[in-house]
Design a protein around this ligand. Structure first.
Ligand SMILES: *Cc1c(COP(=O)(O)O)cnc(C)c1O
Length: 389
């Protein structure tokens, strides 16, 4: 069978399975060995070399999902981000990063790069001009994240890929928020696709992992640094991640549907001042999102009106739990000013359009009617309380 043309859910379920030739079991056996007899001294199998049977099997599945030639699985999303960046940057080089980034990536850049002699610039905005202005003669890498956290702005992938070609840069994307179900950046010419597998790929809030997908050549570069840094994932967790990804397609599609329904519900709700969802026609990047995404994702942000206290509101929710992380099958909510963006100054937050009334919802797979009912009861509860006071 030609596995090249398999569709999403078939890739999720089957690609990269480790055959159980002895017992004919339905799922991949786990290989936990740290010692493998070698036939050739140059082909040693060892977990830190990213080449155990389970690692190789999962890498195959991820590469297929991202339309890439190859992939590597890491112990965390940040191991994937940091190893990828350092693999292409050395002393005297410069990296351009988009303005709004995941907090951990931002921290890695501002806290670590300088002592390796690596320069960096953040763009002013997300336009071609903003990126072009930041590119210098020693720039080697351009790094983007789309949709962005928490306002879900969209960066133009074709534009970034063409700038990278023109200036001979390696283009990298953190594709965590979209997941491979909703966005395949390699199709638009992006070189390196990074995931925090802790989020949609894992999907059940019980795995910390990362992944990088790229051409054989770029993966080889990331591998040669990765084996020295030692950021591989344990084979037990690799196996669990393989299992989780079997349902990635159906989970993310359910999350897309729920998120769209909730975004529409929020748009009509009197207690809500503003909704951010790239699948709403009112979103400034709606057309761009339609062009480069297969679905609009499971993240929705919104601003409550001034008379509703966001903390009281979050506490009044019963089904939807406050949580820092995202992308699990359960819906969670978070205040970006209190968490991911707490380290920025109030001025910088205001510049990015993030205020205290903003909440970011990670939509799960629950029945949308129950999620809406939870919002309704929380809004009524908070309103009733404020009348009593
Ligand atoms: C969570 C996250 C990361 C970091 O992943 P870890 O698995 O926590 O190391 C990177 N990028 C984005 C967009 C994330 O949401």
């Amino acid at each position: 069978m030609n596995t090249k043309n398999l569709k999403l859910n078939t890739i999720c379920t089957h690609i990269g399975e480790v055959a159980d030739n002895v017992y004919k079991g339905a799922v991949s056996p786990i290989y936990t060995s740290t010692s493998y007899a070698y036939e050739n001294i140059d082909e040693k199998r060892y977990p830190r070399y990213f080449n155990t049977p389970n690692q190789q099997a999962l890498a195959k599945k991820l590469a297929a999902l991202e339309h890439a030639e190859a992939a590597l699985i890491f112990g965390s999303g940040m191991a994937a981000v940091s190893t990828s960046l350092l693999a292409f940057l050395g002393a005297g080089d410069h990296v351009v990063l988009q303005k709004v980034l995941y907090g951990g990536t931002y921290n890695f850049v501002v806290e670590e790069l300088e002592r390796f002699g690596i320069e960096y610039s953040f763009t002013e905005g997300l336009s071609k001009n903003d990126f072009e202005k930041a590119i210098k003669s020693n720039t080697k890498v351009i790094f983007v994240e789309t949709p962005s956290n928490p306002l879900l702005s969209i960066t133009d992938l074709k534009m970034v890929a063409s700038l990278a070609k023109k200036h001979q840069l390696v283009s990298m994307i953190d594709n965590t928020f979209a997941s491979p179900v909703n966005q395949n950046p390699i199709d638009f010419g992006i070189d390196v696709v990074i995931h925090s597998a802790t989020k949609y790929l894992g999907g059940h809030s019980d795995i910390l992992a990362g992944a990088v997908c790229a051409s054989e050549e770029n993966i080889e570069k990331i591998f040669s640094l990765g084996k020295n840094l030692g950021g591989n994932l344990s084979d037990y967790t690799v196996w669990l991640l393989e299992r989780s990804i079997k349902t990635l397609g159906i989970r993310v599609k359910a999350q897309n549907r729920n998120a769209k329904k909730l975004a529409k519900y929020f748009s009509k709700n009197e207690a809500i001042a503003k909704v951010y969802y790239p699948g709403l026609k009112t979103h400034p990047d709606y057309e761009l999102a339609r062009e480069q995404m297969n679905g609009f994702g499971g993240m929705v942000s919104f601003e409550l009106k001034g008379d509703i206290d966001p903390l009281q509101f979050t506490n009044a929710l019963e089904l939807i739990k406050p949580s820092m992380s995202l992308a699990g099958v359960e819906s969670t909510i978070v205040s970006p000013t209190k968490t991911s963006h707490a380290l920025l100054t109030a001025e910088e937050r205001a510049h990015q359009g993030i205020n205290d009334c903003l909440l970011r919802l990670s939509v799960g797979i629950e029945d949308k009617r129950d999620l809406i009912a939870d919002f309704e009861q929380a809004i009524s509860k908070v309103k009733a309380n404020s009348i009593l006071i």
